[in-house]
Design a protein around this ligand. Sequence first.
Ligand SMILES: C[S@@+](CC[C@H](N)C(=O)[O-])C[C@H]1O[C@@H](n2cnc3c(N)ncnc32)[C@H](O)[C@@H]1O
Length: 308
Amino acid sequence: MDAELQEDCSQKDESSIYYDLPDVLRITVEPERNNREETELSKNVMRKQKNWERTLEVKRSKRKEEKKRKKLNRQNKEPNDHQLSKRAIKAEVKERLEGARGAGACLCVDLSMTHCLSDKEISRLAAQIRRLYGSNRKSLNPFHIFLTELREDSRLHQECVRMNDGFLKYLIDVTEDSWFDLFPSEDVVYLTPDANEALECVKDDKIYILGGLVDETIQKKISLSRANEFGVHTARLPIDEYMVKKPNPKNFHSKILAINQVFDILLSFRETRDWTKALLAGFPPGKGYELQTSAASPEGSALLDNSL
Ligand SMILES: C[S@@+](CC[C@H](N)C(=O)[O-])C[C@H]1O[C@@H](n2cnc3c(N)ncnc32)[C@H](O)[C@@H]1O
């Protein structure tokens, strides 16, 4: 470059130099600068974006933690309605059962005859005891329940513990003694399907005994013989008085019920004082009987209060 040109250049500002550059140079310089700026810009944006996302994530997890903490606090402080009502119901049931144990009508299952039962029948009896207890728990006017002559080392006891949740905590009286040693015989009514007399009422001052038997193969009159042995009153459910045979394809009719079914009918009678209602509610439909259309009225049932 000669001196004249050098001087000329030093007097020009940057832009004029730029414009004086040959076309080729101009074309290559300008996009490069733009690209750098764009890259710088997008790097900034990305950094900011990342920071923002990190902040959001922190906020989100803080909110989650706070929610968890509040929930825990709520659970520890005040039980929710559901828990409260469950606990309240349990307490009420317990109170009713304890009350019945103090002063209620007594229902005793006589387990002195379990040697007559097969293992299968023992299992079924354990299940019936569970159902019977379940019905008593639900009742507003429960019985005081006794299981007599139940030895801890017996098959039935083992089966009850195995099959019935909380059996050892049932609010009932379990004893190895016989009902005959526990209750005055004049207060006892032994319920048996083979009795001549029909049960006409369920009274609070009587002790009703059910035979702890399961009839896989019907063994007639076992409970009747047991009651006669001790000379106590016997009674059957008033099926003949309130029900008639129902036609069915197998022509099957049975008045022998499981102990929990008899128990449900007794509970229902105590509630309604009406055999029609009690049998309607508790008599199993598969036994081939139905209510007579002219079954006695509630007043009719109540008239019989002085008998068994
Ligand atoms: C499955 S039954 C056993 C029947 C058995 N054959 C017997 O000799 O009693 C179990 C118990 O439920 C009671 N039971 C069943 N059906 C009855 C009925 N119709 N009337 C009165 N008690 C009944 C009796 O206490 C009976 O011992």
